[in-house]
Design a protein around this ligand. Sequence first.
Ligand SMILES: NC(=O)c1ccc[n+]([C@@H]2O[C@H](COP(=O)([O-])OP(=O)(O)OC[C@H]3O[C@@H](n4cnc5c(N)ncnc54)[C@H](O)[C@@H]3O)[C@@H](O)[C@H]2O)c1
Length: 447
Amino acid sequence: MNKKEKNRIEIAKPEGKLGVLIPGLGAVATTFVAGVYLVRKGLGKPIGSLTQMGTIRLGRRDKKQFPLIKDVVPLADLDDIVFGGWDIFEENAYEVAKKAGVLSYQDIEPVEKELKELKPMKAVFDRNYVKKLDGPNKKSAKTKYDLALMLIKDIEDFKKKNKLSRAVTIWCASTEVYRKPSKVHSSLKNFEEGLKKNSEEIAPSQIYAYASLMAGVPFINGSPNMACDINAITELAIQKHLPIAGKDFKTGQTLMKTILAPGLKARLLGLDGWFSTNILGNRDGEVLDDPGSFKSKEVSKLSVLDTILQPDLYPELYGDFTHKVRIEYYPPRGDNKEGWDNIDIFGWLGYPMQIKVNFLCRDSILAAPVVLDLVLFTDLAQRANMAGIQEWLSFYFKSPQVKEGLYPEHDLFIQQMKLKNTLRYMIGEDLITHLGWDYYKAEYERD
Ligand SMILES: NC(=O)c1ccc[n+]([C@@H]2O[C@H](COP(=O)([O-])OP(=O)(O)OC[C@H]3O[C@@H](n4cnc5c(N)ncnc54)[C@H](O)[C@@H]3O)[C@@H](O)[C@H]2O)c1
């Protein structure tokens, strides 16, 4: 047996159809679904997606081997994906995509038929958790446990009807009001009791996470909600031997932050303050206009700088900086968010400098490839028997979920190295440390 065979992880082949179940068929979800259909028809390019366009270096640099990731890692094919989802509104994905105004008429029309077929199932919803929304397409039952059973049935029916071999759930629904995890979340037993007793502390996103895992389907959380980073759900994921990952897709301003901050830190430039503000006018912006939902987002966005800059290790550089994040709901901008960052830094002998970033971005355009990669990599993880928290997917999250006792890694470049090395490890290739000693061995070790 050669070394490569020895290291290779057993990964089941991506045979058959892969279901993608989406709670929340809004702007992000429909931009993602329409995009996948357009790519399938050869009418669009999956720009921003590592699984579709990314390469991976294998072996020594002088071998010059850079295959596409999808050519060496056994990922599901886009043609094998089947979409399903839930929403509190009854509109099909075509109507939502038109209303969301992210994609142009020219891009939506060629996939009209496919989008019209995607009709939301009745949602599990609680206005106490999303104050700014309400809609007619909701389930009702006596207890939260009954609601979970109804979701499990939805998933099982969806799998049967579409003859799926596997599925993945990815939460693309609204940001819920911030609540700290409590006793009811502390174990699976308490959680199930809480579901049966209709505990107020259990959020809809947590009911979806529970139902998905109970139905044998991995769960990914794209919002800042505490959907799967609670003990009850991690316990269930391990018990069911299924992957979970979260939270909050890393796009827009936070993506920029995790690109810039590691650079400042690498060059030991100090930070006095970082002020970030945004205007956005989509439904996500409207939901975030509620202080409870904004609090969830704020907690997720603020954690980034501390872990990248490590103020405890560099008190003189990062021990006392001000970090503020603002989001303003401004309807005229729709999904085309504009973000401003003012960064007060200092250099040699403490002399101050400023950096200004003005990012005119498109939120859902940045999020769609993240959704696609997370779905395909999580499906890979389930076929590779990798249960529980998938920290190697931190690359895609603002506030990555990690095992207790670890701190999350926010630096985009470390996250990328971790992701690619995990892929190399899974397919039995040597890990790349970037040491490069070998190439200079003769010069370095001359006696
Ligand atoms: N766009 C980005 O770049 C980005 C980045 C990070 C996180 N997110 C998060 O992704 C999520 C989706 O963003 P969006 O712009 O598509 O928002 P959106 O408002 O367009 O879509 C969310 C949809 O979820 C539905 N919904 C709310 N609660 C639900 C429930 N309990 N069950 C089923 N459906 C429910 C709403 O009716 C809505 O259609 C938000 O939580 C947002 O914070 C987006």
